[in-house]
Design a protein around this ligand. Sequence first.
Ligand SMILES: [Zn+2]
Length: 347
Amino acid sequence: MIEESATRHLGLDLGGTNIKWAVVERGGDAWATIATDHVGTPRTAGPEAIVAALASVGHDAIARCPGITTVGIGIPGLYDPVAGTTRFLVNVPGDWAGRPVAGPVGEALGLPAFLINDARAFGLAELRLGAGRGASSMIGLTLGTGVGGVIAVDGHVLQGHDGTTGELGHQTIDPDGPWCGCGNRGCLEAFARADQIAAACGTATAEEGIARARAGDARAVDGLTEIGRYLGIGIGNMIAVLAPDRVVLGGGISVATDLLIEPIRAELRRRVHTTSLDSVEIVAAELGTWAGAVGAAIHGAEHSVRPEPVGSSVDAVVAGAGIGAGGGRTGTGGPRDGARSIPGEAR
Ligand SMILES: [Zn+2]
């Protein structure tokens, strides 16, 4: 407990394997995680059952940590922040296009509910509580099955008009490079996702490649050097554009940060000439597996007390949660719905 007046906030992190949750307390600018847990995702049961499971997990968390005032929900993919619906999810089977999530979960829990992309949730958690603390501007990458990204400027994680700001994994590194799951070719993700790390290291899995590189296996060392070079190109692009003072590497592959950092830095030295690299810290994430749930909780907390002015960022909109299905700006058929078809983020 931080202080008497602290408020409590729930975060749910929907993943292909687990639904994780975290309860955080906020007292002024101080944050603390007071509980975390997880249950298996009923991944084959379909979206309706999964949304029901999110609500059920939320009920259990509230029972264990009374006094929760908001819920944030981390989504592994794309969503509509106005409608509170999903558009496309990675690694969670089913038809998620237009699926209401914030509304039903918020109603079931009686709390205002907010969606956030899971990589942005990771970044928000690291920014407030982890490896991004004290940074002026930060970029983050989640390295795993895919490559997620996040951008924070002046202490705020950028969401953009549709929640997709920060898809660093889908910047083009090579115009003629391999096809990416998003529909583009030559994305950073197409070079640096886990199966590409395994291929570069000549191993069955990225984890095995990392272990072999650690043991001095030349092929694996070369493989990670190559991956680090691609990451360095992508990070260099972001440094040229945003001049962050902190770069946070998260996700399962970030256990290899110590092996990747020198190839990344070598590439940065080759390519970045607009800002001093001495001012750019590259660090491994600190919060581990709970970052997504913690960040989702923080997202809900911050949006419940920081209403956005009309016409600005739409990520602040409560998708009808707790005020009935017809409440708030939950309508479908607006100009945004279906107007844009951004291919799925593949994380
Ligand atoms: Zn892509």
